[in-house]
Design a protein around this ligand. Structure first.
Ligand code: GUN
Length: 283
């Protein structure tokens, strides 16, 4: 039986650590504030934003909500970001994605001050990750590293295979594994012999966006398997990119869906809000 990596438990521990740091800072007279910007009323975004506000309340971080109508112009949104960039009482700025099609996500993300980019999506944050400069780590891949380390797995020298090359998961994931001294391979839709490459992995991180795509035939005996995918099937049940029932007997450790990577993203966002204060103070 593989170890089931409990993302709910580990994210709870991280949120408690953040709560302790926030409490200490409050005793020194420091408050941490996250500005959460939502455009329109996409139901999934409303749920995500609600969960972020709840995590702020739990950890003692102030959350300031900005709900803009779907019809807001890009210029109006950029003006709000400009105002938040200049507001010293705001430590982090989060613009919930996706944005309506008439607004450029890339221009909006680039408008956020790199000192307040708690999502870690700004090109400067990506560059800092690549070069080892101080900066924000994107929350989902940073959460994956925490899951691996807090399961007691040392990444140094391990064969790490990442399936997926998105800017917010696959690419930063590869960089973080490399930073932890892993030997890293990135696979994608054009990879030849995906099964053979995946099977080399001591640590396999799957972010391909296809339900239950990775079965036991892609996995080496004793591998650590991290599933970043989340899908809802016709019956309304959640599943990941990994066929859990097939892979679990072969793995050393595996994340379930739900309750694996998902809860880590918000915990790492909370951690980034405290990191934001420290980054802003050191500059
Ligand atoms: N939409 C889906 N996931 C995310 C996220 O992590 N951050 C933001 N800003 N928007 C999202």
């Amino acid at each position: 039986m593989a170890i089931r990596i409990d993302g709910r438990k580990i994210s709870g521990i991280i949120k408690d650590e953040v709560r302790d740091s926030v409490e200490k800072l409050r005793k020194e007279g420091v408050e941490i504030t996250l500005a959460v910007v939502q455009v329109g009323e996409d139901p999934a975004s409303t749920v995500y934003v609600g969960n972020k506000k709840k995590a702020c309340a739990y950890t003692g971080i102030n959350s300031r909500a900005y709900n803009l109508p779907e019809s807001v112009t890009e210029a109006e949104l950029l003006a709000l970001i400009d105002e938040l960039n200049g507001d010293e009482s705001v430590n982090g700025i989060l613009v919930q994605l996706p944005l309506p099609p008439h607004i450029s996500e890339s221009r909006v993300i680039k408008a956020i001050s790199p000192l307040k980019d708690v999502d870690g999506f700004h090109v400067q944050s990506a560059g800092a990750l690549m070069t080892g400069e101080p900066g924000f780590l994107p929350c989902t891949p940073a959460g994956v590293i925490e899951l691996i380390k807090r399961t007691g797995v040392d990444i140094t020298g391990k064969e790490c295979v990442v399936i997926g090359r998105s800017n917010i998961v696959g690419k930063p994931m590869a960089m973080l594994l490399l930073r932890e001294n892993g030997t890293v391979t990135v696979c994608h839709s054009k990879t030849k012999n995906l099964r053979e490459v995946a099977k080399r992995a001591d640590i396999l991180v799957v972010a391909i966006g296809r339900p239950k795509f990775i079965d036991a035939s892609y996995v080496k005996e004793g591998a650590v398997v991290i599933d970043v995918g989340i899908h809802r099937n016709e019956g309304g049940k959640l599943c990941g990119d990994v066929d859990f029932d097939s892979v679990e007997p072969k793995a050393y450790a595996i994340t379930p869906v739900p309750g694996g990577v998902g809860p880590m993203t918000i915990a790492m966002l909370m951690k980034n809000c405290v990191a934001a204060y420290r980054l802003q103070k050191s500059i």
